[in-house]
Design a protein around this ligand. Structure first.
Ligand code: SAH
Ligand code: SF4
Ligand code: F3S
Length: 451
């Protein structure tokens, strides 16, 4: 490593909220005069932004920490670990015990202290533990250094109040609270001015935006009349320059009619809705604490299909939740067959310390979980192939994202329904929405031609 270089290397391990936090960490480091590097050995600071939603995240972090130990010893590189996993007491202890060389542990509620924490390490050579176990609050005005020039994520709420029985998120992200409408609108207007075209609104339960505030009479400014998710969507739809609006994740139990009509009326909202199913069995859904039945889920899908022309769906599914019988699993397959999702994120149930499902006695053997996972995967892949065929010959609006990573002549973009489209193009097309004819399908992408 060269003397006096200030470079940082960041590893982001979690969901889009976690990625959005990483962009804020990048903003803080940039303000401090650090530059981003892709070469871990050149960095003077290494940041891990962790996730703990499933067990494999832990294995990944611990493996990586073994690797960076050598860099620490040779270069004195500062090692900082933040994010959701650091909110777990047993993980804090594990890091302290097994990796005592780590300089900074920070959590999900203390990003605003990061600059101060790094300075403490630099100036006083102290180890810093900056983790708050609080319900959490909204921190505005953090600097941000975004990874993309045209697509931006905007966090609209923090935390989660749902306590699905398998999930660790409510314990590590604190209670639900929404950002003030004005701050969100101002941020998106600013993004539009900077040339951003696609906005993804983020939150663990986006369609309950401002619900807690309304129910508990927590003061907020009803800027431009916005007091609900539906009204927020309508306002964002009016912002000039923005061409596409997405949001993740809504919760089926909170999908009110005003949100459905807002999606129908707003031309910029992509007509692919991520609607996490988790399980198709009413019995399992109850034990999961999801607060909807199989029938309610299917009715909701039907209602949306009736009201929103050409709407399609993506979803999250967990297989092997404690007590899941063959019959329960068949119910999940049944919902998948009925809805015909465009995309399914499939997860094998992973026990999380401190959650009710971890304490259940009827855990499913690994072998059965894997068998079910593979059966689901087969069904999903067959459906995706089937769905893909429907695109061939159609004209799609494709948002051009950039060059393909593997071939210089090939450019890549996405349809409104989030399908990757590869095509021959030129640099000036990047950042634009172009009409393309779909020529062929290849499982994970479509081939297209500008028309
Ligand atoms: N708030 C979002 C999801 C957050 S976590 C929502 O409700 O949709 C993202 C996904 O991880 C979840 O939808 C779920 O499918 C999966 N997940 C969460 N906890 C899990 C666990 N313990 N084991 C396996 N998958 C899990
Ligand atoms: Fe987890 Fe459920 Fe909250 Fe999503 S809604 S973050 S799955 S507890
Ligand atoms: Fe996201 Fe993982 Fe945290 S899914 S909210 S980074 S536990």
């Amino acid at each position: 490593m060269q003397e006096n270089t200030k470079q940082y290397y960041i590893i982001t391990m979690g969901c889009q909220l976690n990625e959005n936090d990483s962009e804020k960490i990048q903003g803080i480091l940039k303000n401090m005069g650090y530059e981003k590097t892709d070469k871990i050995e050149d960095s003077s600071i290494i940041i891990f932004n962790t996730c703990c939603v499933r067990e494999n995240a832990e294995e990944r972090l611990l493996g990586k920490l073994g690797e960076v130990k050598k860099l620490k010893e040779e270069n004195g590189t500062i090692i900082a670990i933040g994010g959701c996993m650091m909110q777990e007491k047993h993980m804090q202890d594990k890091i302290k015990q097994s990796f005592p060389f780590v300089d900074i542990l920070f959590g999900t509620h203390t990003l605003n202290n990061l600059e101060k924490d790094i300075k403490k390490v630099l100036e006083k050579k102290e180890k810093v533990r900056d983790i708050l176990d609080i319900d959490g609050e909204i921190i505005e005005n953090l600097p941000i250094d975004r990874n993309d020039k045209y697509r931006a994520s905007v966090t609209i709420m923090n935390g989660c109040n749902n306590f699905c029985s398998y999930c660790i998120v409510p314990y590590v992200r604190g209670r639900e609270r929404s950002r003030e409408p004005k701050n969100i609108i101002d941020e998106i207007i600013d993004l539009a001015k900077k040339g951003y075209k696609e906005i993804t609104l983020l939150g663990q339960n986006v369609n309950s935006y401002l619900r807690v505030e309304r129910e508990k009479n927590i003061q907020f400014e009803k800027y431009e009349g916005i007091d609900s998710f539906a009204k927020l969507l309508r306002k964002i739809n009016e912002i000039e320059g923005i061409e596409r609006i997405r949001f993740i994740s809504p919760h089926p139990k909170d999908f009110t009619d005003d949100v459905i009509t807002a999606i129908r009326d707003c031309d910029k909202i992509c007509k692919i809705i991520h609607l996490p199913l988790q399980s198709g069995s009413t019995d399992i859904l109850k034990i999961m604490n999801r607060k909807y039945t199989k029938e309610q889920y299917l009715n909701l899908v039907e209602k949306m299909k009736k009201n929103i022309p050409n709407v399609v769906f993506s979803t999250d599914i967990i297989v092997g939740f404690p007590g899941e019988t063959e019959e329960d699993f068949e119910d999940t397959l049944d919902v998948v067959k009925k809805v015909h999702f465009e995309q399914v994120f499939m997860f094998i149930y992973s026990r999380r310390k401190g959650t009710p499902a971890d304490r259940m006695e009827n855990q499913i053997p690994e072998e059965i979980k894997h068998k079910r996972f593979n059966r689901l995967k087969e069904l999903v892949e067959a459906q995706i192939e089937d769905n893909n065929k429907k695109y061939i010959g159609t004209i799609q609006k494709v948002f051009v994202e950039g060059k393909s990573k593997t071939n210089d002549k090939v450019f890549t973009g996405r349809t409104e329904t989030n399908k990757v489209v590869n095509f021959e193009g030129t640099n000036d097309m990047v950042g634009k929405v172009l009409n393309m004819k779909i020529l062929s399908e290849h499982m994970w992408y479509l081939k297209g031609k500008v028309v």
